[in-house]
Ligand binder design. Structure first.
Ligand code: NDP
Length: 328
């Protein structure tokens, strides 16, 4: 059984007398900084002089350049996009790090794939919320919490885990529970969801739409039936709340019989086989290398596929359906 920590396992005292520097003030940066401040901790912000600088200033924070915040803070939360982090770390964060400081990541990616190699003598920890930034803030107010994966990559002080737990408590996560995981496992699970589960699911949805279009049903009815009514999303929410099989009881007997008797036909061995291949590319670091090279080349494949994606008629089908049902 995995180890899960809650509020009573975490002590904000490990952050007392420390200045926390949130590097980046976007989705996670703003939510985490506000929550930590509302938890009574001392937080400063490090950003470039741009829009997020203005936002952080108007939220009442002391805002500095990234090098200045990295120098002043003893606990640094790296909350900028993963793909820009290695360069920003090397040029703007690393020079300000001192022995005894703590570096906290919200994703295992850059450590797992050796894109950032922190110096010795500092703690390197992870507090990776399973929640978008807006939810991090909202659930803090609702006192509900949200799950996170936490990790320790380097424990110079002997207190790295306690610091990770304190940050998790400060952002409101331990109310729900946080699980100890390696940086690599966090990154691999995250990438697998994005690269296997998500695309496989997306392809199934597009296949269903195309099958029904080819069979001559009105596109507005198809889109309403499959997606826009929200019925499917509601069932997904019930899976979260009740469980995969128990939620089936919410559906009619006809629905249950049809679904159970037909599901075996969709057990295509190619799907798990492809998922295994994708997972292997992630775990071997091949994907991280490919993505790094793509960025250095100026994102040619990324932009080309985005362009192709924009040509797909689904946006038009969605627009027509929203218009037909006065959903605009
Ligand atoms: P955002 O894209 O919201 O980060 C935006 C912030 O990063 C802004 O302050 C932006 O400033 C700054 N920034 C962007 N580019 C640079 C750069 N080259 N140099 C310095 N600062 C830069 O990031 P997220 O909050 O989405 O992600 C932050 C971390 O949290 C990542 O590690 C991510 O994996 C993790 N995470 C994210 C989740 C999410 O819901 N988004 C969920 C869980 C974890 P400006 O644009 O003004 O330059």
């Amino acid at each position: 059984m995995a180890k899960v920590y809650y509020d009573h396992d975490a002590d904000l005292g490990f952050l007392k007398d420390k200045t926390i520097g949130a590097i980046g003030y976007g989705n996670q940066g703003r939510a985490q900084a506000l929550n930590l401040r509302d938890s009574g901790l001392q937080v400063i912000i490090g950003v470039h002089a741009d829009e997020t600088h203005q936002q952080a200033t108007s939220d009442g924070f002391k805002v500095f350049s990234i090098p200045e915040a990295s120098t002043q803070a003893q606990v640094l939360l790296l909350l900028i996009p993963d793909e820009v982090m290695p360069e920003a770390f090397e040029n703007e964060v690393l020079p300000g790090l001192s022995q005894g400081d703590t570096l906290c990541f919200a994703s295992g990616y850059n450590i797992a794939f050796n894109l950032i190699e922190p110096p010795n003598g500092i703690d390197v920890i992870m507090v990776a919320p399973r929640m978008i930034g807006a939810g991090v803030r909202q659930r803090y107010f609702e006192r509900k919490g949200f799950p996170s994966f936490i990790g320790v990559h380097q424990d110079a002080s002997g207190n790295a885990l306690n610091t990770a737990l304190a940050i998790a408590k400060g952002i409101g996560s331990t109310r729900s529970g946080v699980m100890l995981l390696s940086f690599a496992a966090e990154a691999e699970l995250d990438l697998f969801t994005e690269q296997a589960f998500g695309p496989a699911f997306g392809q199934v949805l597009l296949s269903a739409i195309q099958t029904l279009i080819d069979a001559g049903y009105p596109v507005e009815a198809i889109m309403m039936e499959l997606i826009l009514s929200g019925e499917f999303a509601y069932s997904m929410q019930k899976i979260v709340e009740m469980g995969f099989f128990p939620q089936m009881e919410l559906h009619s007997h006809t629905s249950q019989y049809g679904s159970m008797t037909r599901s075996a036909r969709f057990m295509n061995p190619q799907v798990p086989q492809t998922m295994q291949e994708v997972l292997e590319e992630i775990r071997s670091g091949a994907f991280a290398k490919e993505w790094e090279a793509e960025q250095k080349a100026g994102l040619p494949v990324f932009n080309q596929i985005k362009e192709m994606r924009n040509q797909h008629p689904i946006a038009e089908w969605e627009r027509a359906t929203r218009q037909a049902f006065h959903m605009d």
